[in-house]
Design a protein around this ligand. Structure first.
Ligand SMILES: Nc1ncnc2c1ncn2[C@@H]1O[C@H](COP(=O)(O)OP(=O)(O)OP(=O)(O)O)[C@@H](O)[C@H]1O
Ligand SMILES: [Mg+2]
Length: 321
């Protein structure tokens, strides 16, 4: 088995409520898998089962070939986990906390000291090293949480919303850190930020109501967007109705959308009919009329569009218990 994380038929019930409903997937070394989904989708519950903090109602989890249910301690040695909200011991300092985590992880002597020094450098904790954790800013607390997750250099990393609540610079730093570590690890991160998926993930899963609705590369998910394959023309407002009518009249165009951009411009987006490529028809139309288009753009698909489309379909369909 090459997958570092292998999940088959995972299910979690809380009383009569099914939070995770028959989820299967695997993650290979070098893969960064993004968990996307609305609030209550089951992302954190899945992560808690992966890391051995919750017992599944049904299903099997293997971490580096180790069955989490049968050998939880061995499996946990392979995993670094940043739980949702990054809970920490408030009265400890980063120094005492990481020393404690080092002990828990079985690091000793010079090895432990060296590893802690590396981590402090990596997540930039020098400035607050001796300050009680409860007095740290949110960004620094998150860094301490990340530091404890990666201290033992685990093969598998599970990060539950690692950038939640951070400022843009800190988000960037955390994403960089994840990318740096990605080459030889299997990493799962959950996020509500769709651009984060593009930035750090090479695989993404959309989950809602405990089920996987889509699983693929970010590019494959983008291809599910209604904007994938669409073309838009940016043109002065006075020509908008002519452009829209001409586009709409083309047999290759299924539908159009027009929206103002600034005070004087309009963007008209043409969506292709099935199995049609719009590029030549749209540019041909613009040239034939001699329209002074400021831009003809191929839309690459939008993740938020796919997300909304998939997750609201489930919402309308009701719960699948
Ligand atoms: N211990 C529990 N007892 C009962 N219900 C629970 C428990 N833990 C989670 N749930 C429910 O399971 C569902 C999934 O929760 P989970 O925390 O996994 O969602 P999530 O996808 O992480 O959401 P968010 O994006 O808000 O973090 C929710 O409806 C939640 O209320
Ligand atoms: Mg969650």
């Amino acid at each position: 088995m090459t997958a570092m994380i292998d999940v088959q038929g995972l299910r979690k019930e809380f009383g009569h409520f099914t939070a995770v409903n028959d989820i299967s997937f695997s993650v290979e070394p070098g893969q960064v898998l993004g968990f996307l989904g609305p609030n209550g989708a089951g992302k954190s519950t899945t992560m808690k089962m992966l890391t051995g903090f919750l017992t599944p109602t049904a299903g099997r989890i293997h971490i580096c070939g180790i069955d989490v249910a049968a050998k939880p301690v061995q499996a946990k040695k392979k995993i670094g986990y940043l739980p949702e909200g990054a809970p920490l011991y408030a009265e400890m300092t980063p120094a005492s906390f990481l020393s404690f985590i080092g002990d828990v992880r079985g690091l000793k002597g010079a090895d432990k000291k060296k590893r802690i020094e590396q981590i402090v450098e990596q997540v930039q904790l020098q400035d607050v090293w001796k300050q009680p954790i409860e007095t740290l800013s949110k960004g620094y607390k998150r860094r301490v949480g990340l530091a404890q997750a990666i201290l033992h250099d685990p093969e598998v990393l599970v990060l539950d919303e690692p950038t939640d609540g951070l400022d843009p610079n800190q988000k960037f730093e955390v994403r960089q850190l994840v990318q740096q570590m990605a080459s030889d690890k299997a990493i799962i991160i959950s996020t509500h930020i769709l651009e984060e998926v593009d930035a750090v993930c090479n695989q993404a899963m959309i989950i809602a109501r405990g089920r996987i609705l889509a699983n693929g590369t970010p590019k494959e998910l983008l291809a599910l967007s209604q904007f994938s394959g669409a073309y838009s023309i940016l043109i002065t407002s006075s020509l908008q109705s002519t452009v829209s009518a001409s586009l709409q009249a083309l047999p290759e165009v299924a539908s159009i959308e027009a929206a103002p951009e600034g005070d004087e411009l309009f963007r008209t987006t043409a969506f292709p009919a099935p199995d049609v490529k719009l590029h030549e028809v749209v540019s041909g139309l613009v040239h034939a009329h001699g329209w002074p288009a400021l831009e003809i753009r191929r839309e690459s698909g939008r993740l938020d569009d796919v997300f909304r489309q998939l997750t609201t379909e489930v919402g309308q369909g009701g719960a699948h218990a």
